[in-house]
Design a protein around this ligand. Structure first.
Ligand code: AMP
Length: 114
């Protein structure tokens, strides 16, 4: 399978606005934000979709969510509220097939989503 755009970003072959990086995950500003705060938390391991995550990825998936929480605190949106989104496959709107978590905040979000 060819490399995803996120792998190219992680390898610094394509520029992006990084807000966090460690050995396992990166976080960067979404290029097409749908909220005042729109950060993508992306594992360095190129798992295509949530369906492809295995029990071995349990710690990594937890780390993604806790990284999102830390960034929400840093961005000052934790108190008002924020939303985490994993789109899985085309039917849910996934366009980049390298698993990622959207951190969305800075505005009100309707529930249920459209
Ligand atoms: P999804 O639709 O859940 O697969 O989300 C993919 C997200 O990646 C979208 O919100 C895009 O705006 C975002 N995106 C695509 N290319 C880039 C890029 N080069 N830098 C930052 N975000 C990107």
């Amino acid at each position: 399978m060819s490399e995803s755009i996120f792998t190219k970003i992680i390898k610094r072959e394509i520029p992006a606005n990084f807000v966090y990086e460690d050995d396992d995950v990166v976080a960067l500003e979404d290029i097409n934000p749908v909220a005042p705060v729109h950060i993508l938390i992306i594992p360095k391991k190129p798992i295509p979709t949530l369906n492809d995550a295995s029990d071995d990825d349990e710690n990594l998936m937890g780390k993604m969510i806790l990284t999102a929480k830390k960034i929400a605190l840093e961005k000052g949106i934790a108190e008002d509220g924020y939303r985490l989104v994993f789109n899985c496959n085309e039917g849910a709107g996934q366009t980049v097939f390298h698993i990622h978590c959207h951190l969305l905040g800075g505005r009100y979000f309707n529930w249920p989503p459209g």
